[in-house]
Design a protein around this ligand. Structure first.
Ligand code: GDP
Length: 461
């Protein structure tokens, strides 16, 4: 599918930077840039070798004015991101320079790219499949090592290969059954059905295994939504700081109605933690008091894990009891902090109230007990799946929905076989599953789904 237009966009982030890149893709990419680029030595851009960096200047052809000193890279089709001719103009990173150069490429005949259009072209031109294109966003948005590792795995096609393998096996079964339908006298009917029964049972458990990774996949992608609660002065900020010190943390601010909620990401023992409302924690105000019990419930409901901190150097209070009651039915770990001080808190009282909860002794100040905490969280997240390669995890709601449908089809096939239905019925469900799986890789997907996926991208990607 050849795209007619040549598209252009600023490919780097907005704002002042050392360098910025304007990227063009399409049959006329070289021709377009040629109109605004002067190479020293008077060569023209079309005479320059592909995949080589060329020094020169961008100028405004109408005013004859110099705009910037740049490096240009031509990547001729098909050896480029989009499989089309691509030209990148590496200029100085200021917003004004980038705007001006973008504008010149537009005046020279290119069209402004739509969000994700470069990646969409890479998909339409067959360089990557749809799930790989989706992984591009995840790579860009990855906030921790684990999520980056998983996204890169998806990007390089590890996940797609799994899906392609499943589809391949389905086609084999369909062909087998269709032969049985076409030549009923050959008695391959019974053999085919037997083969399908065995094979689909295997495929079903494969799909169930994939679905079982969805929770972990989501956590690796989005981070384990972590809420830290406890009375004032128990050491919430100190723990937060200790968690964030572990690895480079990334802070994002979510504009809220009353004030900004701040989340921070930390890679803690291999699990990406997304710690919610860190501003609140840092203000060292009592979360329960400050945002009201109802709001606290809401927040706790949305959390993947609650870390409840208590102070070992003071006795259990009514407030502690209240919070303990609040976290009783949730995924929570009780942290007894300040264990470096003489102990006053009676642990048995906690055990009596919450017999099932894990209690871990820590000292946020001396940073002890953190390994045990990391282990506990790890266990909770991976729940025995550590041996799986992250790249094989399903981490995308769209994919999860598709696998659910496929699972349903497989169950239907097995039911039909048990009910002694004819091979025609089995073929219908197997085809349905084959079709559905093709929506992951993009072979059998509607245009509006494709558009919807790429609309989530930023312009320039
Ligand atoms: P928050 O109000 O719950 O956020 O508590 P902070 O983290 O601000 O800590 C309150 C006080 O307790 C500070 O003076 C900390 O230095 C101290 N603190 C925190 N963790 C520990 C610990 O493990 N041991 C000791 N001895 N003091 C701690």
């Amino acid at each position: 599918m050849v795209q007619e237009d040549t598209i252009t966009a600023i490919a780097t982030a907005v704002g002042d930077g050392g360098i910025g890149i304007v990227r063009l893709s399409g049959a006329k990419a070289v021709e377009t840039v040629e109109k605004i680029f002067r190479v020293s030595g008077k060569k023209s851009l079309s005479q320059i070798k592909s995949h080589v960096v060329t020094y020169g200047h961008i100028f405004d052809p109408r005013l004859g004015e110099l705009v910037d000193e740049v490096l240009v890279v031509v990547m001729l089709a098909p050896r480029s991101y989009t499989k089309e001719d691509v030209v990148e103009i590496h200029c100085h990173g200021g917003a004004m320079t980038l705007r001006k150069i973008l504008d010149l490429t537009l005046k020279a005949g290119a069209r402004l790219a739509q969000p994700g259009e470069f990646t969409k072209r890479a998909f339409l031109n067959g360089r990557i499949d749809l799930s790989q294109a989706e992984a591009v966003i995840d790579v860009i948005r990855a906030k921790t090592d684990a999520s980056l590792k998983m996204s890169v795995g998806h990007l390089t096609g590890v996940f797609s290969e799994k899906v392609i393998g499943l589809r391949h096996e389905l086609l084999r079964l369909i062909a087998h059954l269709e032969a049985a339908i076409d030549f009923p006298e050959d008695d391959i009917d019974a053999i085919a059905t037997e083969d399908v029964a065995q094979s689909v049972t295997g495929l079903l458990s494969e799909v169930e295994n994939i679905l079982a990774t969805a929770q972990t996949g989501r956590i690796l992608r989005d981070g384990l939504k972590t809420v830290i609660i406890g009375k004032p002065n128990v050491g919430k900020s100190s723990l937060l700081n200790a968690l964030l010190r572990e690895k480079r943390a990334i802070v994002t601010e979510i504009p809220g109605t009353t004030r900004d909620i701040i989340e921070e990401y930390s890679n803690f023992g291999g699990v990406p933690l997304r710690i919610v409302d860190t501003a609140g924690i840092r203000e060292t105000t009592d979360i329960v008091e400050r945002i009201g019990v109802e709001k606290t419930w809401e927040m706790l409901d949305k959390a993947d894990i609650v870390l409840f901190i208590m102070d070992a150097s003071v006795p259990l209070s009514d407030d502690d009891r209240k919070i303990l009651a609040l976290i009783k039915s949730r995924k929570a770990i009780v942290l007894v902090n300040k264990t470096d001080l003489p102990e006053v808190l009676e642990r048995q009282q906690i055990i009596d109230l919450l017999p099932e909860k894990l209690i871990i002794n820590i000292s946020a100040l001396k940073e002890t007990g953190l390994d045990e905490l990391a282990q506990a969280i790890n266990q909770l997240v991976y729940s025995g799946q550590v041996e799986l390669n992250e790249a094989a995890f399903v981490n995308n709601v769209r994919h999860v929905d598709i696998f659910e449908d496929v699972k349903y089809s497989f169950c239907e096939v097995i039911n039909s076989i048990n009910a002694g239905m004819s091979p025609d019925f089995l073929v219908i469900d197997l085809r349905m599953a084959w079709q559905k799986l093709g929506e992951i890789t993009g072979e059998t997907v509607d245009d509006d789904i494709i558009d919807q996926i790429f609309s989530q991208f930023c312009i320039g990607k």
